[in-house]
Design a protein around this ligand. Structure first.
Ligand code: EPZ
Length: 430
């Protein structure tokens, strides 16, 4: 019955440290299977998805040594199988990264079908298209995706869809293949570049990550590495938006401003003051916010993973705002929950129209997926009165110490696990 119990109405003020990027750390862990040497990874977020992946790696014989909350030493020299499954693995989209890594190293991989958030069909046809282009066979059997190859040979692959997962998976499958692989129409997200940098630190030969074309020249083997994961662009953006929606003043620290440019630009557009320094960004939202238009796009466009967070903010911004979700087909389910708080929103296909209201009222709401859950917490912190958010397991998949960081900024949010704790939180009994 875990829930967040939230008293809203306090502007968030102060500083918050951002952790390592979930969507870089997950594929980097999988990529560590590509060498028999030891790999040391630092600045890993301590979140459920990471821990599920590490447990699955241990399950196939990878030696995993936690040197600290955010640091892990890995050696995959003696794995005993290339088949990975289990309930946790099937629930997590990032499990498919084992396909690229194990196929790339052992020419064989079987992984339980990927799950993930209910934000869309989450196809993997582009991954499969790329594996086949490299010379692998792919089949589905009893809910497992199985891919095998006699040899992997470099190929020229043109992705039909800009896909983060397919771009990363095909990089991993191609690093040890014979010859040159060229992948066109690739994703350019910071986490894609981070994975390419990690692979190159292991001796891979990858050029062009962060542009529309990635070239991978296969090498004989990869060696160990010590690597630090980049800061999480979406965690940072979530706290920047938290400052905006609560009319606060928050400095987000340990970030790369370049990765946040599209989010900073939108915050300025709606009336926030945004000040960059070399590893921090400050968002001040004293004035009434203005509505605007948002269209989610692949990087460097506005991230789909920030769509719920800006939408709940626009629900309290003056005027009419239009949000177009162009990446996923079902990423507005949370707006029904927001309406319970008094939002004035209509949905027409992949477009949400938000008429700004004066305030949200506290309510009992449910997280529908990872980013929507975080966004509804922001809405509850901005609302007048008391709210509860349930299904918080979605949120804890991807945000480390979310309540603690928000309370550190003056929020009132408590994780409750039973009726008595809920009652005490509602009465503000600490
Ligand atoms: C990654 O998912 C992220 N997850 C998502 O973040 C993020 O929303 C997404 O990239 C887009 O930035 C991880 O990195 C673990 P895609 P991924 O392949 O790789 C379609 C979060 O909140 N597509 O870029 O699954 C797909 O259906 C999560 O941290 C195909 O059609 O996303 C979608 O409409 C949520 N065929 C679009 O492309 C394919 O083979 C983008 O998907 C692959 C994708």
């Amino acid at each position: 019955m875990e829930q967040y119990a939230i008293w809203g109405g306090n502007p968030l003020v102060g500083e918050v440290e951002i952790g390592g990027a979930k969507n870089a750390a997950l594929p980097i862990l999988a990529a560590s299977l590509l060498t028999d040497d030891t790999v040391l990874i630092d600045n890993m977020p301590d979140i459920r998805d990471i821990n599920v992946l590490l447990d699955a790696m241990k399950g196939i014989g990878v030696v995993v040594e936690r040197l600290g909350r955010h640091q892990v030493k890995i050696n995959a020299a003696h794995i005993h199988t290339t088949a990975i499954e289990g309930e946790g693995i099937r629930k997590m989209r990032a499990s498919y990264y084992f396909l690229g890594a194990l196929l790339g190293k052992y020419k064989s991989a079987s992984v339980g079908l990927p799950g993930g958030c209910e934000i869309g069909t989450r196809a993997i046809d582009q991954h499969i298209k790329g594996f086949k282009a490299l010379g692998a066979k792919v089949r589905m059997e009893h809910g497992m995706i199985i891919t095998e190859a006699i040899d992997l040979t470099g190929a020229h692959i043109f992705l039909d869809v800009v896909s983060v997962g397919a771009t990363i998976n095909l990089m991993m499958a191609a690093v040890l293949a014979e010859g040159l692989t060229v992948i066109e129409n690739v994703a350019k997200e910071p986490h894609v570049v981070d994975v390419a940098n990690f692979l190159n630190s292991m001796g891979a030969n990858i050029k062009g990550a962060g542009t529309d074309v990635i070239r991978i020249r296969g090498v004989k083997s990869l060696h160990g590495s010590e690597y630090t994961v980049i800061p999480d662009q979406i965690e940072a953006g979530t706290f920047m938006m938290a400052a905006a929606i609560t009319k606060g003043d928050v400095t987000v620290k340990n970030i790369i401003p370049k990765h946040l440019e599209c989010i900073s630009a939108k915050l300025k557009e709606i009336g926030c003051e945004v000040q960059d320094s070399d590893d921090a960004v400050r968002v001040v939202a004293s004035r009434v916010l203005r509505g605007t238009q948002v269209k989610t796009m692949p990087y460097p466009g506005f991230p789909t993973d920030m769509q719920p967070q800006i939408s709940v903010t626009l629900g309290l911004s003056a005027g009419t705002s239009i949000v177009r979700e162009s990446i996923f087909e079902n990423r507005f389910r949370y707006l029904e929950e927001l309406s319970k708080m008094g939002a004035n929103v209509t949905i027409e296909g992949n477009v949400a129209i938000l008429e700004g209201v004066e305030k949200y009222e506290g309510a009992a709401i449910s997280a529908t997926d990872l980013r929507a859950g975080a966004a509804l917490v922001l809405a509850a912190l901005a609302a007048e009165g008391f709210s509860t958010v349930d299904h918080i397991h979605y949120i804890e998949r991807g945000y480390e110490d979310f309540p603690e960081k928000l309370n550190g900024l003056g929020g009132h949010i408590k994780r409750v696990t039973n009726a008595d704790e809920l009652k005490r939180a509602r009465l503000k009994v600490v």
